[in-house]
Design a binder for this molecule. Sequence first.
Ligand code: 8X3
Length: 246
Amino acid sequence: MTVQKTAVVTGASSGIGAATARALATEGFRVVCAARRTDRIQALAQEIGGVAVPLDVTDAASVAALAAGLDVVHVLVNNAGGAFGADPIESADPEDWRAMYDVNVLGLMRVTQALLPALRASGDGLIVNLGSTAGRWAYESGGGYTAAKHATRVVTETLRLELNGEPIRISEVAPGMVRTEEFGLVRFGGDRAAADAVYAGVAEPLVAEDIAEAVRWIAQLPAHVNIDELVIKPRAQAAVHKVHRV
Ligand code: 8X3
């Protein structure tokens, strides 16, 4: 009898996280759908035959509770994150920056620390960190988010160095322009018009399922294959500042 492998997806309540949970379930994983909004993860877990675990990655006790229930984990997708605010550095709110560092970087660190023993115990673990093109290229009014996502990238690299020789692969998936229901709304504090303007005239931005498919592909590769990093942009986005609009 084949034992079902376990995958943990943080930020699974919407967007790329929810799509990734679905994609990994299709691949045969028992998916632990972890996020703050219990109603959403419960519905998702029911849909895909997974498990819902309430999780706030900024809360050490919440992360410890997640880990306490998991002895063996094969795949960890550190997806929880987001951008808060879209101000130039001159007028940016330090609290926005603090919150972005907390969820995008410290959150990833907390969950990774807590689940490393279970990943090791699998004998063939994989960590996929959701980075961003913002972790490679700067853009105006994105300073806090680009700084946090640059950190995500370098933390991923550091972890790969530190875990060398262990049966754990470390990947970063770095999307560019992905249209999800909440990312832009959260960044612009609920301003729908501002959020929509980012995608104005872009016929086909990426969707969450495009990124989920990449994570699914990485997760089904043989254990000796480590995808270090994967930058994914829509065809319309040749570079962060070069977007074809009609
Ligand atoms: C999201 C991509 O372009 O909003 O990670 O920074 S962008």
